[in-house]
Design a protein around this ligand. Structure first.
Ligand SMILES: [Zn+2]
Length: 187
C-alpha cells in the first residue's frame, strides 16, 4: 500500500499569528503537521507539500491580501522541508519525482491542480491512497481533496490537522466530500 501524504499550504503566512493571511488557531496544528510529515518521510512514503509562491502584485491579491510572496519569510513553510526535496515549479519542466521523499508543488491559485505538472507527479508516484491535511479546509484543502478524488484512489482527510476560516462552509464541503466517497479520520 503506497500512501502519499498531501500537506496543503502550511506556510508561515497562513499558520502563524504574525502571518499575512493568518488562519486563526492554525498555529496549534504545527506540531501535528510536523509529526505527520516526519512520519511520511521516515517510512519512505512520498510527501507532497503544496506551497503558494506568488509574485509581488499577483492577480490573486485582488481577491486576498498579499501573502506568500516568493523569497519573503511568510512564504516559507511553518514545518521543515526535508533535505533533497524536489520542487515542482510552474515555469520549469516536470522533474522526475519517483525517488523523491519530499516534493514541493508550487502554485499561484487556491487550486493546486493549476500547477500543470501535478497530474504527472501523481502518475509518477502511483499512489494507492492519499492522506490530506493543512489549510484552509474549505478553500485550498477542498481543491486538493476533490482533485485527488478524481484520480479514483481513496482519499482521507485528517480532521484534526486541518483548519477552516468559515466553519459552516467547511462542514458543507465535508458533507459533499464524504458523499463522494471521501473518508475523514484523525491523525
Ligand atoms: Zn495565494
Amino acid at each position: 500500500m503506497r500512501t502519499v501524504f498531501f500537506d496543503v499550504d502550511t506556510q508561515i503566512d497562513f499558520m502563524l499569528p504574525a502571518g499575512a493571511l493568518y488562519v486563526p488557531g492554525a498555529e496549534k496544528l504545527v506540531p501535528t503537521i510536523a509529526r505527520l510529515n516526519a512520519r511520511a518521510l521516515s517510512s519512505g512514503m512520498p510527501l507532497i507539500s503544496t506551497m503558494d509562491a506568488h509574485r509581488e502584485n499577483d492577480v490573486e491579491f485582488l481577491s486576498w491580501p498579499p501573502h506568500c510572496v516568493t523569497s519573503c519569510l511568510g512564504q516559507r513553510k511553518a514545518t521543515p522541508i526535508a533535505a533533497g526535496a524536489v520542487t515542482v515549479s510552474l515555469d520549469a519542466p516536470c522533474p522526475d519525482v519517483r525517488q523523491a521523499g519530499h516534493i514541493i508543488v508550487e502554485k499561484v491559485t487556491v487550486d493546486c491542480f493549476t500547477n500543470p505538472h501535478l497530474a504527472e507527479v501523481l502518475a509518477q508516484l502511483a499512489a494507492d491512497r492519499y492522506v490530506v491535511y493543512g489549510v484552509v479546509t474549505e478553500i485550498c484543502v477542498q481543491n486538493a481533496l476533490f482533485g485527488l478524488l478524481k484520480t479514483g484512489k481513496p482519499v482521507t482527510m485528517l480532521s484534526n490537522a486541518v483548519k477552516e476560516l468559515n466553519s459552516a462552509a467547511a462542514e458543507a464541503m465535508l458533507a459533499k466530500f464524504t458523499a463522494q466517497g471521501g473518508e475523514v479520520a484523525s491523525a
